[in-house]
Design a protein around this ligand. Structure first.
Ligand code: SF4
Ligand code: SF4
Length: 453
């Protein structure tokens, strides 16, 4: 099938409300307005326990390729690269016979964080994003698998984003990867996975390394929800997230032995960014915030991958959270990091953390279930749709309480002249509430819990 013009691709993607499904939800149409020479598909999915992209790339290989070709046409990229791990054999087997001459598969080492786009780009193309810079600075655009499938469906079928595929894994009775209407509650997603397999669990929204602790299961599934993980309530990953800032800083002050292991294993540092977590911790401990401004500002370039806290530090300090605290302060002051890219560590390739070691260190082996992709549909009785599921301004409602809507109908528009994405109905039914943050829809049907789930 021939491709529409670049303008037409962007317009269809914008109208469908496609946002980056693998991160903070950057509006895809804006990314497609850039000029690049390489379009990279980030299929690393390096967060242990999440099984979305690796399965979608196998099941929907043709859609993924089509989305990549749309992305290449819109950005002018001459080369397409699909970065996958060797263990994603079904995806590699499905994609390989379909590849045109200008698209190749790059096999990534099974290391963490292969899915940090700065690291993915380096591993798949040899190019290095400067600290504080963007992939576009070096001519690369990166999208994840689900984003590009959504792009292809928007371009070829004018299909808006109404569903999200996510993994429910860990301490659940039937680990599964589901495709759910946006706005379905996490509680329902968990029920579809059979519920928790024991009592004392806590939940993460996202992967074990970068996911957020869920305070309530009433939270809705959004365009950027990658997974729900049930972990033991006393697991180190949960305890760390619950540790108050004051305790975290007191611990850093009293036990940091300046061994510098956090810096030696920091992936960003390894590829030539200044980012030295051990020096940042020291500056924080001794309130030397003005003493080495470049060092402190380098906290802004931390990807929050968590290697320093989860693996490197021998005394259980979290340089990651120190960086998060600093980022808040530095951003509030409007400060930016402006250091240069340095030579990469000649051993960088060999010093990145093997995923198997990370999984073993975190005791996740027994929780890392296959979570097969389910084709079963689920129709919730009610969905709660946040007006902001993306970077930018919240969408502006164009429906009112009492209106009847069909699946895919426009509910809220991008405010004129602003960065954002529209929102569409994920179920058919009645608009039951519209407020400043959410639109709630109620279905007239009984919720359908499919028996095979
Ligand atoms: S979280 Fe730690 S290891 Fe990861 S980039 Fe930040 S400082 Fe480096
Ligand atoms: S690894 Fe831990 S103890 Fe060593 S310098 Fe970093 S924060 Fe301090």
């Amino acid at each position: 099938m021939t491709l529409p013009s670049a303008d037409e691709i962007r317009s269809r993607v914008a109208a469908a409300g496609v946002v980056g499904a693998g991160g903070a939800g950057f509006p895809a149409a804006v990314k497609l307005a850039a000029r690049a020479d390489i379009y990279l598909v980030n299929g690393a999915e390096c967060e242990p326990l999440l099984k979305v992209d690796q399965q979608l790339a196998a099941e929907q290989a043709a859609w993924l390729l089509r989305g990549l070709q749309c992305g290449m046409a819109a950005t002018g990229a001459a080369e397409g690269v699909i970065a996958l791990k060797a263990k994603y054999q079904p995806a590699i087997a499905a994609l390989t016979p379909l590849l045109p001459a200008n698209i190749r598969i790059h096999i990534l080492k099974d290391v963490y964080p292969a899915g940090d786009e700065v690291i993915t780009i380096w591993m798949a193309t040899g190019r290095r994003v400067p600290p504080g810079g963007l992939p576009l600075d070096i001519g690369v655009v990166v999208s994840n698998v689900q984003t590009l499938i959504n792009v292809a469906r928007a371009v070829d079928e004018a299909q808006p984003v109404t569903h999200r595929t996510l993994t429910v894994n860990g301490l659940v009775k039937r680990p599964v990867t589901l495709t759910l209407p946006l706005g379905t509650s996490m509680r329902e997603a968990l029920a579809l996975a059979g519920g928790p397999s024991r009592d004392d669990v806590a939940y993460l929204d996202g992967g074990p390394m970068m996911g957020k602790l869920l305070s309530t299961l009433d939270q809705p599934v959004t365009k950027t929800t990658g997974g729900i993980l049930a972990l033991p309530a006393d697991h180190v990953l949960i305890r760390r997230r619950r540790q108050p800032e004051s305790a975290l800083l007191a611990m850093a002050r009293t036990v940091c032995e300046q061994c510098s292991l956090c810096t030696e294993l920091c992936p960003r540092h390894l590829i030539g960014h200044e980012l030295p977590p051990h020096l940042i911790v020291r500056a924080m401990n001794y309130r030397q915030m003005g003493a080495s401004p470049s060092t402190v500002l380098a906290a802004l370039t931390c990807s929050e991958c968590g290697v320093c806290e989860a693996y490197a530090c021998p005394v259980d300090i979290s340089p990651l959270r120190v960086n998060q605290l600093l980022k808040r302060e530095l951003r509030a002051k409007g400060l930016r990091y402006q250091g240069e890219l340095r030579p990469a560590d000649p051993m960088a390739e060999y010093r990145l953390l093997p995923s198997s070691r990370l999984i073993a260190r975190l005791g996740l082996d027994l929780l890392n279930h296959k979570a097969p992709l389910s084709a079963q549909a689920y129709s919730p009785k009610e969905v709660t749709l946040p007006l902001r599921q993306h970077i930018g301004a919240p969408a502006q409602p164009c429906v009112a309480a009492g209106d009847q809507v069909e699946v895919g109908q426009l509910l809220a528009r991008t405010p004129p002249g602003q960065l954002g994405a529209p929102l569409h109905a994920s179920i058919a039914g009645r608009v039951s509430a519209v407020d400043a943050d959410f639109i709630t829809l109620q279905s007239q049907d009984t919720p359908c819990l499919t028996p095979s789930l």
